[in-house]
Ligand binder design. Structure first.
Ligand code: MG
Length: 390
């Protein structure tokens, strides 16, 4: 097995949405195609990967360091004892001569290639990735995955009506739990928005997300006000690396919280569990493989969770992409974020999948099945159609 070429492209993932911290008007995304010399069912095996939303493309690191390392590696350094491409060995090759710590957006670049390597690996065995992961874990994959609709943005000039219309649309699509942004306005008007949202989704079905905007005092003043609403969870109140804020929130708020989408390594995840005061019977963890060194690193993060007494069912990854959907079903995590209609063509799942009562079924195509999403396929043809047959 040899990797014969790796193509990389930068695509727009721009949208007009905004959270408490950033707008997405110039958001970009790296996409790669990892081409192998393997032929399965008459077709050359090519793996595709991309990074999750919220971080910009990692083109420089991909082109300067990671792709050359994979292409220059002795093939024996990429292949496992079973003769197949081994993403764990490829990970070690990519991370050669990289110092620990200070992960920056190197973790994003590795996550892009890791996704493509797992896609190729599962295609080589002609099975969906979740089946490969479940087989390796000696378990049956979950037959469907719990998903919630993330959105709930601010609508200048028509805030309440816009928010309610958005959530009505998500309920029509089959979701029961929805998430809205808070922290871009003051507490009083956010409470008005929350009360308006609850009228549509019902008590117990609403998450709120501050995107790490709050200082300690604001975190706690929101916590005091939010208690009355019995929210599904209160997400990323303070800075993702300020574990003292998270610990103070746990002390003051006896309902579920969620965080972790901006922690990019198993070491960062361990620090959250050590110092963030999070409660394994109540809270949710949202690490996103496509931002944080990929699935190879995610296995290490899940080992840390186990060590600290957390069930994998408390993990609901950020990002709303199909890689996490496979990991959730294959490894038995708790669920997956979903962004209906946003961050296209990278967000969302294969076209043939349906959401019912906030559960989505799973794709049957080999690998990730990204080519079965029409707008993703069109993007691939546009980006790589001159070099490979999509
Ligand atoms: Mg979030």
């Amino acid at each position: 097995m040899r990797i014969t070429a790796i193509y990389e492209s930068v695509e727009s993932i721009a949208s007009d949405i905004q959270n408490a911290y950033i707008n997405f008007s110039k958001m970009t995304c790296s996409v790669v195609a990892v081409v192998t010399d393997q032929i399965v069912d008459g077709k050359q095996v090519v793996g595709y990967g991309f990074n999750s939303n919220g971080r910009y493309n990692a083109s420089g690191i991909l082109k300067d360091r990671l792709i050359p390392r994979l292409l220059e590696a002795d093939p024996s350094h990429l292949v496992g004892d079973d003769g197949y491409l081994d993403p764990h060995k490829a990970w070690d090759t990519m991370m050669t001569n990289e110092k620990p710590g200070g992960h920056g957006e190197r973790s994003v670049a590795v996550g892009v290639l890791d996704m493509a390597l797992w896609d190729a690996r599962a295609k080589m065995q002609s099975i969906p990735l979740y089946q490969l992961l479940a087989d390796r874990a000696n378990r049956e994959p979950d037959s469907k995955v719990w998903v919630y609709a993330a959105g709930g943005y601010y609508y200048p000039g028509k805030d309440i009506a816009g928010l309610q219309d958005e959530f009505r649309h998500y309920l029509d699509l089959g979701y029961t739990v929805c998430k809205m942004k808070i922290g871009a306005s003051d507490l009083s008007s956010d409470c008005d928005r929350i009360e308006a949202a609850l009228k549509i989704v019902g008590e117990g079905n609403l998450c709120v997300d501050a995107n790490g905007r709050f200082d300690l005092e604001t975190t706690l003043s929101y916590a005091a006000a939010l208690k009355q609403y019995h929210l599904f969870w209160y997400e990323e109140a303070g800075d993702p690396l300020d574990f003292e804020i998270q610990a103070a929130l746990s002390d003051a708020y006896d309902l579920p919280t969620a965080t972790g989408e901006n922690l990019f390594s198993h070491q960062d995840a361990r620090n959250l569990l050590r110092y963030g005061g999070m409660r394994p019977d109540l809270d949710y963890l949202q690490f996103d493989c496509a931002l944080s060194y990929g699935l190879v690193e995610y296995y290490r993060t899940l080992d840390i969770l186990h060590e600290y007494g957390w069930s994998p069912r408390r993990v609901v990854p950020h990002g709303g992409h199909q890689m996490s959907l496979h990991i959730v079903a294959g490894l038995g995590l708790g669920g997956n974020e979903s962004y209906p209609g946003v961050f296209q063509p990278f967000g969302g799942f294969s076209d043939e999948l349906d959401v019912e009562q906030s559960f989505v079924n799973l794709p049957s195509a080999p690998g990730l099945g990204l080519e079965n999403k029409a707008n993703f396929r069109a993007m691939l043809v546009e980006a790589f159609g001159n070099q490979i047959t999509i």
